[in-house]
Structure formats: structure tokens, C-alpha cells
Write a protein that binds this ligand. Structure first.
Ligand code: FAD
Length: 421
């Protein structure tokens, strides 16, 4: 059976890996010249199992009001005359209800724990352990306000119940775990250390895995833009594509998996499928480490500013901000400056700011932050998309889940998959 994966980001390439391991004949289509060139290109690098709480939680509406009008706001809503944007925003508010937030946290945690185990298996099986600046030194969540920090022991308790071990730390304990925090320690209220979390460059991982797959017979149609998913009756009949020379054609398979990130809902809308995915823009800077002693080895999450920082070999990646502004991919230099200022304030001397590369990507966000994994209403069509803030963290587990569904195999994770339309 031939399965065609639409999209070669982290989600599509891991899906191709699991399908190939299950014995399917696999091909992959992507408009870019190689794998991992869109949202998976320069993300925060965190395998953040210890952060299953979605953005949609009871405190977010109040924080969003407080941030309103601030140019450096971690979350920014730019209202547009777009029904899909308003529908998404209303649904997001619904997911902020305490019981919805708890349900979503539990589901994400189950998938994240499974996914990390799967990632550890995949990198060994594919022989790419050294290909993506992987680091198993945990994540330290940092809290700068005493009020925020008061809730941290309860959060650690919830994580423990979900099978995720963390430790609540004083500022001095944070510095003992990561000496590069010495400068910021006086401003810290405390931290939450997740020693089991990991980091790595998602793009390098995606590219390395794609190269292994290509050697194993998976066919990659790069530079190939998907124009339309064609139907015959209620079943997919083929994928209408255009190559980089403008030549049109139709590619066919026995089944298709949509892994098109933020572009998934646009592609399936004409089929009558309304996926609740909206692009949420985020920024990152990647800069060479200037002083290794000042550049943290342990990954950091500034919980107040929603900024993450990961050491990737001799580079530091600092990422954050969320902007609901449609498919606009313009890079706002002010957002980059905000991230650089964060680095200069908290980790002075760690990077060479003159060589910092600014990047922006569109997170394929669902209101709940739960990815959409499972069957479409249309025959032969499957989804593995909408991974929002956690696509790197959830990639291998999600790919395992969707492959299990295609194979008809029982999966081990308690996750609300889409059984049918
Ligand atoms: C600033 C930022 C920081 C982040 N930090 C983290 C983090 O630390 N940890 C974490 O787990 N997650 C993080 N994320 C989220 C993560 O990066 C995403 O969830 C993930 O990259 C989504 O992967 P994807 O494969 O679904 O989408 P993509 O990587 O966008 O892949 C989709 C692919 O589909 C292709 N495509 C789209 N339309 C077409 C078409 N019409 N024809 C052909 N091809 C098409 C694209 O070329 C692309 O390659 C972050 C995101 C951002 C923006």
C-alpha cells in the first residue's frame, strides 16, 4: 500500500518514518527544496514534556487584557475581518475554562511522555543521535514574580500525577543547576526544574531523518506545490501539484496524510473539512555563543515573558512571542529586538548579538493546543497536523499514533484522536 505524506516539516517526516517502519511504500510532497524549511526551521528547540499546559488556560484572558496595546506583549491579537480568526479566538476562550484546560493538559502530557520515548527510539534506530545538537540536560522554568511562583508547587504536583518529574527550586538552587543564571538570580522568584526534558535542532533532525528515509526508498517530491486535493465522490482521487518549472500534474496513492502545518485548513476546506487551525506567529533569534561560560547548557523557559532559550552546539536559540495576524509572514524587527534585549539583560555576554539571525514562523495552532490526529470525512485521507506550540515535542508520538490508526493497530496512548468526520 502506497501512503503519500503531504508536507515535509517535522510532522510529515516523522510520519513518513513510522509509515516506512510499518512496511508501507511512502512518498512525501513539499513545496520547499528540502525538509524542515517552514515552521520547523528555527523553533525554540525544546522537547518540553514538562510544559503540557496549553496557552488556553484560566489565567490567559486576564494576562491578554494586561498586555493589550503593549508592543512587546508575549501574546498579541491583531483583529482582522476574518471569520476564521474570530471563530478561533472564541473557541480559544472556551478552552480557557478550568475543566477544558485540565482535560487538554492531561491529553498533551500523555502524548508528550509517549513522544519523548519514541524520539529516543527513533534517533537510535535512524542513527541520527549526533545530527541535531541534541542535549539531555533538562529544562528550567523561571518565574520572576512571587505571585506566579506561589502556584508552582501545585503545578509540580499535577505534573507528578501525569508522570512528569519536576523539582521546585529557590533562586540559589536554580544557579546551582545552571551557573549561567548568576546574573539574573537576584530578580528570580524561583524555578521549576524538569531534568528529563531535552533539546535539539528540529530542522537538523528533520533533514537528517529525511535523508535516512530517502536512502531507504521513500520518494521525496521537493519543489512541488500542492494546489488541490482532488475528490472522486467522497474519496480522495489524487493530489494536483505544480513543480518549480510551473508544470502541473496529479500524484496518486492509496492513502494520504495531511501534515501541512498552518496551511492544512486551507487545503482541506474545499473538501468540506473545517480544521480549527489558525497561524500564530512566533519569532526566534539564533546567535553564536560568545562566552561558553555565560551561555546556559540547561534549556530555559521564562514563564513571565513566554521566552525559551536552548543551547544548540555552539549556538544559542532564543524564541518566543505569539501574534494572531493571519498568514502574514513579515518579520517585525521590533520583535527581534525584544528577544535580543531579553538575552542581553538576563544572559549578558553569552552571545554575539551582531551575528544574531532573526526568524519568524507560523505555529499551526488549535484553540486547545491538541493536534488533530486521525481520519478525515473523505475516504483515504488522514490528518496529523495542528501541533501549535509543541510540534517538536509531540512529533514522534503523533506520527506513531496516526500510523497505528492507518495500520489498524491498537495504540497505547490515551489521546482523543479523530475517529471520523
Ligand atoms: C517561535 C517558535 C518557537 C517554537 N518552539 C518550539 C519548541 O521549543 N518546542 C516545540 O515542541 N515546538 C515549538 N514550536 C512549534 C513547532 O515548531 C511547530 O509545531 C512545528 O514546527 C510544526 O511542524 P509541522 O511539520 O506541522 O509544520 P511545518 O514545519 O510548517 O511543515 C509543513 C510543511 O508543509 C509544506 N507545505 C505547506 N503548504 C504546502 C503546499 N501547498 N504544497 C506543498 N507543501 C506545502 C511546507 O513547506 C512545510 O514544509 C515553536 C514554533 C515557533 C514558531
Amino acid at each position: 500500500m502506497h501512503v503519500m505524506v503531504l508536507g515535509a516539516g517535522i510532522t510529515g517526516v516523522t510520519t513518513a518514518w513510522y509509515l516506512r517502519q510499518a512496511g508501507f511504500d511512502v512518498s512525501v510532497i513539499d513545496r520547499q527544496a528540502e525538509a524542515g524549511q517552514e515552521t520547523s526551521f528555527a523553533n525554540g528547540g525544546q522537547i518540553s514534556v514538562s510544559h503540557p499546559e496549553p496557552w488556553a488556560n484560566p489565567s490567559t484572558p486576564f494576562l491578554a487584557l494586561r498586555w493589550l496595546g503593549r508592543h512587546d506583549a508575549p501574546l498579541r491579537f491583531r483583529p482582522q475581518a476574518s471569520l476564521s480568526q474570530w471563530r478561533w479566538a472564541l473557541s480559544f476562550l472556551h478552552e480557557c475554562l478550568p475543566w477544558r484546560a485540565l482535560h487538554n493538559t492531561e491529553a498533551i502530557a500523555a502524548l508528550a511522555v509517549h513522544s519523548q520515548r519514541e524520539l529516543q527510539r527513533v534517533r537510535v534506530a535512524a542513527g541520527i543521535e549526533d545530527a541535531y545538537d541534541a542535549r539531555q540536560q533538562g529544562i528550567l522554568h523561571l518565574f520572576f514574580g512571587a505571585t506566579e511562583f506561589r502556584h508552582v508547587p501545585a503545578r509540580a504536583g499535577l505534573l507528578r500525577r501525569l508522570g512528569i518529574e519536576t523539582t521546585v527550586c529557590t533562586p540559589a538552587e536554580c544557579v546551582a543547576i545552571e551557573p549561567a543564571l548568576a546574573t539574573m538570580a537576584p530578580t528570580l522568584a524561583g524555578g521549576l526544574h524538569a531534568p528529563g526534558d531535552e533539546t535539539g535542532d528540529a530542522m537538523h533532525f528533520t533533514r537528517a531523518l529525511a535523508a535516512v528515509l530517502a536512502r531507504d526508498g521513500v520518494r521525496f517530491h521537493y519543489g512541488t506545490t500542492i494546489e488541490r486535493i482532488a475528490l472522486a465522490g467522497t474519496s480522495v482521487d489524487g493530489i494536483e501539484v505544480r513543480d518549480s518549472h510551473g508544470r502541473k500534474g496529479t500524484l496518486t496513492a492509496d492513502a494520504y496524510v495531511v501534515c501541512l502545518g498552518s496551511f492544512s485548513p486551507l487545503m482541506v476546506r474545499p473538501l468540506g473539512e473545517r480544521l480549527p487551525i489558525y497561524p500564530v506567529k512566533g519569532y526566534s533569534i539564533t546567535a553564536p555563543v560568545a562566552d561558553p561560560a555565560r551561555a546556559p547548557q540547561v534549556s530555559l523557559t521564562d514563564e513571565s515573558r513566554r521566552i525559551v532559550c536552548s543551547r544548540l552546539g555552539d549556538r544559542l536559540r532564543i524564541a518566543g512571542t505569539a501574534e494572531l495576524n493571519g498568514y502574514n509572514q513579515n518579520i517585525d524587527p521590533a520583535r527581534g529586538r525584544g528577544i535580543l534585549e531579553w538575552a542581553e539583560k538576563h544572559l549578558p555576554g553569552a552571545i554575539d548579538p551582531a551575528q544574531a539571525q532573526l526568524w519568524a514562523g507560523l505555529r499551526p495552532a488549535t484553540p486547545s493546543n491538541l493536534p488533530i490526529i486521525g481520519k478525515s470525512r473523505c475516504g483515504k485521507l488522514w490528518f496529523n497536523t495542528g501541533h501549535g506550540t509543541l510540534g517538536w515535542t509531540l512529533a514522534c508520538g503523533s506520527a506513531d499514533l496516526v500510523t497505528g490508526m492507518i495500520e489498524g493497530r491498537q495504540t497505547v496512548v490515551q489521546f482523543p484522536v479523530r475517529e471520523a468526520g
